[in-house]
Design a protein around this ligand. Structure first.
Ligand SMILES: [Zn+2]
Ligand SMILES: [Zn+2]
Length: 49
C-alpha cells in the first residue's frame, strides 16, 4: 500500500514487473524492484502523486 499526502491509500503495482510500488517523499512513487519512477494522478485528490 502506498499513501498519498491527501490520505488516499491504494495498492499500486509496477506496470513493468508487477511489484508493489513504494512512496518516496522526494521522488514520488517508485518501484523498489526495477527502479522505475512512476508519475500518476492520485485518484483521491487528482493531483500529481
Ligand atoms: Zn518494477
Ligand atoms: Zn491524493
Amino acid at each position: 500500500m502506498v499513501r498519498h499526502e491527501c490520505g488516499f491509500e491504494a495498492p499500486i503495482h509496477c506496470k513493468r514487473c508487477g511489484r508493489p510500488l513504494e512512496n518516496n517523499e522526494r521522488t514520488g512513487l517508485y518501484c523498489p524492484h526495477c527502479g522505475r519512477r512512476v508519475s500518476m494522478l492520485c485518484p483521491g485528490c487528482g493531483r500529481l502523486w
